[in-house]
Design a protein around this ligand. Structure first.
Ligand SMILES: COC(=O)N1C[C@@H]2C[C@@H]3O[C@]2(Cc2nccnc23)C1
Length: 130
C-alpha cells in the first residue's frame, strides 16, 4: 500500500459520508435513484449521461473518484440533467429545478465546510497522475 492509497481511502470514507447525508435529505429524494427508464421512456433521448446519488455511492466504492472535485462534477451533472429534462414553466418542473439547484449548492457547501483544502489539493495531484 503506497502512501497515496491511504489518502484515497480517507477520501472514500469522506465521500461516502457526504453521499449518505445528501441521500438522506428528503428534499433530494428525486435524485437518490436512477430515473426509471421504463416510466420515463424519452429520458435517454434528452439526457445522454444520467447520474444519481446511488450510482455515485457505487462509484465511490469502485474507486472512481480520486478527488472531491470529480465527485462534485457528478453532483453538477445530476443538477444539469434535471434542469435540461424539466425546463417548463409548470410548477412540477419549477419544483424539481429548485430541488436540483438546492442539491448542487448543498453538496458544494457541505464539502467546502468539511474538507481540508490541503487534503483536496493533495488528492487533485494524485488524480492528475492517474
Ligand atoms: C431526476 O428526476 C427527473 O428528472 N425526473 C424527470 C421525470 C419526469 C417526471 O419526474 C421524473 C420521474 C417521472 N416518472 C414518471 C412520470 N413523470 C416523471 C423525475
Amino acid at each position: 500500500k503506497r502512501k497515496e492509497d491511504y489518502k484515497l481511502r480517507e477520501l472514500r470514507i469522506f465521500l461516502r459520508d457526504i453521499c449518505r447525508k445528501l441521500a438522506s435529505n428528503r428534499r433530494f429524494y428525486k435524485f437518490t435513484k436512477p430515473v426509471d427508464l421504463e416510466e420515463v421512456t424519452d429520458y435517454l433521448d434528452i439526457i445522454k449521461q444520467p447520474m444519481d446519488l446511488e450510482t455515485m455511492m457505487t462509484k465511490v466504492d469502485m474507486h472512481k473518484y480520486n478527488c472531491a472535485k470529480e465527485f462534485l462534477d457528478d453532483i453538477d451533472l445530476i443538477c444539469a440533467n434535471a434542469l435540461e429534462y424539466n425546463p417548463d414553466r409548470t410548477s412540477s418542473d419549477k419544483q424539481i429545478r429548485h430541488e436540483a439547484c438546492s442539491l448542487r449548492d448543498h453538496a458544494h457547501a457541505l464539502i467546502e465546510v468539511e474538507m481540508d483544502s490541503d487534503f483536496e489539493i493533495e488528492c487533485q495531484d494524485i488524480a492528475k497522475r492517474r
